[in-house]
Design a protein around this ligand. Sequence first.
Ligand SMILES: O=P(O)(O)OP(=O)(O)OP(=O)(O)OC[C@H]1O[C@@H](n2cnc3c(O)ncnc32)[C@H](O)[C@@H]1O
Ligand SMILES: [Ca+2]
Length: 490
Amino acid sequence: KEKPKNPWHKAVVIFIAVLGIIAIVALVTTAVLQNKPLQQKFKYGIVLDAGSSHTAVYIYEWPAEKENDTGRVKQKHFCQVKGPGISSYSLSPEQAGHSLRLCIQEAVLNVPRRRHHETPLYLGATAGMRLLRMENQSLCDQVLGSVEKVLQSTPFDYQGARIISGQEEGAFGWVTVNYLSDRLKQGSGTTGALDLGGASTQITFATNQDETGESAENTVTFRLYGNDYFLYTHSFLCYGKDQVLKLALAQQTQAGASTLLDPCFNQGYSTNLSYSSVYSSPCITTQKPLAAGEGFTHRGTGNALQCQEVVRRIFNFSGCTFSHCSFNGVYQPPLQGQFGAFSAYYFVMNFLNLTSDTLENNMEKMARYCSTPWTQIKQQFPNVKEKYLAEYCFSGTYILFLLTHGYNFTSDTWSNIKFIKKISGSDAGWTLGYMLNLTNMIPAEAPDTPPLPHAGYVTLLLFTSLLLFLILLCSLRSLWVRCTSQRQII
Ligand SMILES: O=P(O)(O)OP(=O)(O)OP(=O)(O)OC[C@H]1O[C@@H](n2cnc3c(O)ncnc32)[C@H](O)[C@@H]1O
Ligand SMILES: [Ca+2]
């Protein structure tokens, strides 16, 4: 006689099964939602690069909760200020601040209004203002004052306008290049930074600690993400491409002649230059020649070898009191590793198509470009700004000479140089490194990494829930079997 089945048994088993499934689903859902990244809240930072030839406004953004992660800050917006660099407004300082307004308005539109008050705004001025300060501290202060007035009136969190040192310009360029190429966290080999501006040029690279002892002014140490970096850096004031052209023109017009035949300009190129446009720069230490009139005719003869000799004369290779020197008696340890060359290095070498060839081939291409008649150059590049076009022979010859004879790159190490404009969508330059440093977004010590990244955490949880579910299922099944098959034959 079969023992009556207890109707409650089935109900109990089904109830436990449903309960178990609900518990597991609730567990997984909570875990996933609990750790779902918060609504991406972004933070912003703005840096104005007040260069000798122009001012540029960079807006950076990053996910708010990931501030200390490397490589998270990206360039969101770039605005090139119309007109010359702020140091050119020395005779009408008010115009310096006014010239920034359009790009500031663009910045106001590109940063969400609710973030304006917490968005730091910095202005860093470079070699153009260093030269103005050398010439006339009062005019320099007036220009900075005019800029400060405009920046203080913006809705952003104004953090100051100042002239950064050449050392800062070099070191922060290095930080930017290595932050964007994600080389800081791994503590692996870093990339050197080569920056060519209009009024100065910087070289910065990591070196061995014992190499830094010879010249304190050329040494910068960083502790980033738990790694110590001993950097060599030097900024050559007056060796930006605009100022070095003035040095070359001054060298060639010492006799005060009314015509200059210049091998660094294409055959057939001719323009009138005033002596004051050359000799007014604080980079020119020689006096304007007494015999000189108001101006001279600047005529091109387009000869690369003779141009190299013109360029050589603006370097001084004697008088080195250190174990190694680059030029002008400046200490430089042996070059190490890969290099990123940006700003005017990129503008010029990219135009001349000298960015991906051997040094020997580049020298030949350069010679061919310089010996091309000016009429042919203008026909070939009708849309390129004439000032840039006319100077490419000089600038390219200068860059090749600076990198080889100046910094001692050779045929073998030439391929270590990459000519770059951007890295992962952000411009290579000192501004990002400057902001990262001032906002403390590169911690000295590596931030604690979570034991398990979010995805790993959810996977683990899903796996254990599945395991739990299977165990529950098996135990329920055996319970079911026992209940339903329990028959007592009486
Ligand atoms: O660092 P400093 O010395 O203050 O100068 P800067 O910041 O103004 O210098 P840039 O790197 O902006 O530009 C350097 C030079 O490159 C020139 N330049 C800019 N764009 C160029 C292009 O497309 N082709 C050739 N030259 C260019 C510019 O006129 C400057 O003479
Ligand atoms: Ca610059």
